[in-house]
Design a protein around this ligand. Structure first.
Ligand SMILES: [Zn+2]
Ligand SMILES: [Zn+2]
Length: 166
């Protein structure tokens, strides 16, 4: 399967029986299938931290303004739930298979900061991503409600306790 954003070949990354597809050595994007999303909420927060540390190259996203094709269905376009240029983050979804595409380069870059800068940067990051972007997704039906919950679960999965706001 190839990356919806940069066309690089995706690599399988296994954490706690979850199979996550990662765009290693390129844009660093992450693909979570609907099956993985069903169980991710029951896993310990921060278990997915290694996913933020996979090698990625900054500035590779030349396809950012182009619509992304689902890596699984291949003939459907992903729907963008939100996008933050400032924080180099976007979350897209396939309406057909329900998988979610996460580009969290901004969150990933914070990981290499010193503890002091990390805390400040994470506060800024989440005050936008959680309290502006995710909170403003209009809940028009149960499916959207479910996906918003999944998005929050993925962020919790990626961030150790103490880094993710309560
Ligand atoms: Zn990529
Ligand atoms: Zn799909």
């Amino acid at each position: 399967m190839s990356c919806p954003a940069c066309k690089n070949k995706l690599t399988i990354f296994i954490i706690a029986n979850l199979k996550i597809l990662t765009c290693e050595n390129s844009c660093g994007g992450l693909w979570f299938s609907r099956d993985q999303l069903k169980i991710i909420g029951s896993l310990n927060p921060g278990l997915g931290l290694p996913l933020l540390k996979i090698k990625h190259v900054d500035g590779i996203k030349t396809y950012r303004r182009v619509e992304h094709i689902c890596p699984y269905c291949k003939n459907t376009l992903l729907f963008r739930h939100f996008f933050s240029k400032k924080f180099d983050t976007e979350v897209n979804q396939c309406a057909k298979c329900g998988g979610l595409w996460f580009d969290v380069a901004g969150l990933s870059n914070i990981q290499s900061m010193t503890e002091q800068h990390k805390k400040i940067s994470l506060d800024k990051y989440f005050s936008t991503i959680l309290y502006k972007n995710i909170k403003n997704i209009p809940i028009i039906n149960e499916d959207v409600d479910e996906v918003v919950t999944s998005i929050v679960h993925v962020f919790k999965f990626l961030c150790p306790k103490g880094y993710f706001p309560e």
